[in-house]
Write a protein that binds this ligand. Structure first.
Ligand code: GLN
Length: 488
């Protein structure tokens, strides 16, 4: 009875959380709202100031919104999924310092261009690389999926690809690459913010930036084009760009002398300045929320699958359900979770406006269920067959014996393995950044992209995961002990 009540409470909790996260984004807004995809580590076009995204693209959008009485909701996402996002309707448009290229034109429609740009080479001050001609023999860092990536790959050599330009720069600071090819405006910002880097005068290639829309979305395209024309004609466009270019210089940190003074300094920049610790705290909450609900989905669904499969094994009934479960297990365990997450986000929920947190909960829950199912099934199988017979001969039905005799023992046997699965699940959520969720890992990434310091943010993120796992292990051990006591 108690168990039933606990299960009910669990299900109710699950339902409420799902409803809450599902509704989260649907507050009614008076103005028609368009979602905009951008990768917000691209100063001065889009970057974080505190927890807010600001920049040239943001100001241009605000002005377009003001003139047309519409509003734009910004979505920070990985640059390499930005074109897919607009194609699949995940976002209505992309405004992300996006270069117009012929290849991209086949996939999406571009607005008129609103800014000129170029790809430039960044190198350490004393580098032997002096121009484009010297690039063919050195390791080049680029941002994955960017026009710089395409150009270097097609015309120079295979580059090292990083999630964003800032990470490519940190890689160069750490000696992992010899040169970075990047758009000029963020390059200037990054060089101003780090020590000992220069931009070579000779550009790699000239480009134009424009916004991108799904093909066929002509109404929005027209609105953007007309307003961009107006803003060009009345000088607003130039004014916005000029103002941000002028401010495009993060204050340079004086480098402290000595290891400890340097660490203290970095700590200040990484976590205290601009309230950057918020990225970690907010990220932590998202991580915990996703892991918790996913674990619940995993347990409930996993339990169900395990019972169906064992029943089919033990009694020969439920053959069809068993077959479906087996297909499910094969598919889920046979494909990487990142791919599953992307498929669920971009394909299955492609055209639905659904909260990303919810998508992640479902994706991780469905994935975990497969592993939980096999763990619990192995538990059921490990219970002596005589127990079932004993139960049945006492006059209990198959269901009652399963519920009251077999499952409690099975659960106890597999508790350590289940605990292990939860630990894996918690850490697996660190791939949420792929669908632009700001979980703990992504929080650390954002800090790294702003401070170019890899050391402290990565260690802080690792330490927080470690603490969570230790806490979880502790709780599981307690539960195990409690169950053991009940045995006697
Ligand atoms: N201009 C580059 C491109 O379109 C990079 C843009 C960006 O990183 N936001 O590929």
């Amino acid at each position: 009875m108690n168990r039933l009540r606990a299960l009910n409470a669990l299900l109710a909790l699950l339902l409420v959380t799902l409803l809450l996260t599902g509704c989260e984004r649907q507050e009614s807004e008076a103005l028609p709202t368009y979602t905009v995809g951008m990768e917000a580590t691209f100063p001065p076009y889009e970057f974080y100031r505190g927890t807010e995204i600001v920049g040239i693209d943001v100001d241009i959008l605000k002005e377009i919104g003001r003139r047309n009485k519409v509003s734009f909701k910004l979505e920070d996402m990985a640059f390499d999924s930005i074109i897919t996002a607009v194609q699949t309707g995940k976002v209505d448009l992309v405004a992300s310092g996006l270069t117009v290229t012929e290849d991209r034109r086949k996939q999406v429609n571009f607005t008129r261009s609103y800014a000129g740009a170029k790809q430039v080479i960044i190198v350490p001050e004393n580098s032997s690389v002096k121009g484009v001609a010297d690039l063919s023999n050195v390791r080049i860092g680029v941002q994955h999926g960017s026009s710089g990536d395409t150009y270097v790959t097609e015309h120079i050599r295979e580059p090292e690809r990083y999630t964003n330009g800032a990470l490519a720069i940190s890689a160069m600071n750490a000696g992992k690459v010899d040169a970075v090819v990047l758009d000029n405006a963020p390059a200037e910002n990054h060089v101003a913010g780090s020590h000992g880097l220069v931009i070579l005068p000779e550009p790699v290639v000239e480009e134009q930036y424009a916004m991108a829309l799904r093909k066929g979305n002509d109404k929005l395209l027209n609105m953007l084009n007309i307003t961009l024309d107006e803003m060009d004609a009345d000088g607003t466009l130039a004014a916005i760009i000029e103002q941000h270019m002028r401010e495009n210089k993060p204050e340079m940190q004086e480098q402290a002398e000595g290891l400890f003074a340097r660490l203290a300094d970095d700590f200040q920049t990484d976590f205290i300045k601009n309230g950057r610790w918020h990225y970690l705290l907010d990220g932590l909450l998202v991580t915990v929320e996703i892991a918790l609900v996913a674990a619940l989905i995993g347990i409930v669904l996993g339990f169900l699958i395990a019972v169906i499969r064992s029943t089919a094994d033990l009694t020969g009934r439920l053959r069809l359900l068993d077959w479906i479960c087996r297909v499910y297990l094969t598919v889920v365990r046979g494909t990487p979770i990142v791919v599953q997450l992307l498929i669920i986000y971009f394909v299955i929920f492609g055209s639905v406006d659904i909260s990303k947190v919810l998508v992640a909960m479902v994706a991780f829950g469905l994935n975990s269920a497969a592993y939980v199912a096999e763990i619990i099934r192995s538990g059921i199988m490990s219970v002596d067959r005589g127990q079932m017979e004993a139960g049945r001969s006492l006059g209990m039905s198959y269901g009652t014996t399963m519920r009251c005799v077999i499952l409690p023992q099975a659960f106890k046997n597999v508790l350590p393995a289940l605990g292990n699965e939860f630990i894996v699940l918690l850490k697996e959520t660190s791939i949420c950044g792929y669908i632009a969720l700001q979980d703990l890992t992504k929080g650390g990434d954002i800090i790294r992209s702003q401070t170019y310091d890899a050391f402290l943010p990565l260690f802080a993120v690792a330490a927080i995961y470690l603490c969570m796992v230790m806490l979880l292990s502790h709780l599981l051990k307690k539960l195990e002990l409690r169950l053991k006591k009940n045995e006697r």
